[in-house]
Design a protein around this ligand. Structure first.
Ligand code: 4NP
Length: 155
């Protein structure tokens, strides 16, 4: 059985590609890559086809994490399977998805799985430019997410 995980943000160039890459690395390191299909997408269409933001590419490179994806927009097909883990970066992404596609049974915010309590939403580095802070939050959230999925799916 393949576990599908889709990370969602607004533009799919800053936060969700970072989460996709960090989570993929954690899954690879755990020897579980054959059991997962991991992707990311944006609720908006402005950046479709673009590479990740230079700030995201730089921070991933600094942490030796590979990423080559291009931005794409979320589709109804992405949310068609109620077992897919839909992981948004902030409350506004969650609301946008519900508005566009209706309630999804397995949708969470990334920082629902975080060990810290200071932030519930991943702040958008497109505006803050604080990619290192975002990386720390994303990493912490991804570690918690993998732990939860492993417990839930018996991996
Ligand atoms: P992201 O950041 O949602 O983390 O990819 C953004 C990227 C682009 C825009 C907004 C947020 N934009 O308005 O173009």
């Amino acid at each position: 059985m393949t576990i599908n995980v889709l990370f969602v943000c607004l533009g799919n160039i800053c936060r969700s590609p970072m989460a996709e890459a960090v989570f993929q690395q954690l899954v690879n390191d755990a020897g579980l890559s054959s059991q997962f299909r991991i992707d990311s997408a944006g609720t908006g269409s402005w950046h479709v086809g673009e590479k990740a933001h230079p700030g995201t590419r730089k921070i991933l490179a600094e942490h030796n994490i590979a990423y080559n994806g291009r931005a794409r927009q979320v589709t109804a097909q992405d949310l068609a399977d109620p077992k897919t883990y839909i992981i948004t970066m902030d409350r506004s992404n969650s609301n946008d998805l519900r508005r566009q596609f209706g309630q999804h049974a397995n949708q969470y915010r990334l920082l629902d799985f975080s060990s810290q309590q200071a932030e519930t939403d991943v702040p958008d580095p497109y505006y803050t430019n604080n990619f290192e802070y975002v990386y720390q939050l994303v990493k912490d959230g991804c570690e918690g997410l993998l732990k939860t999925i492993r417990e839930r799916e018996g991996l």
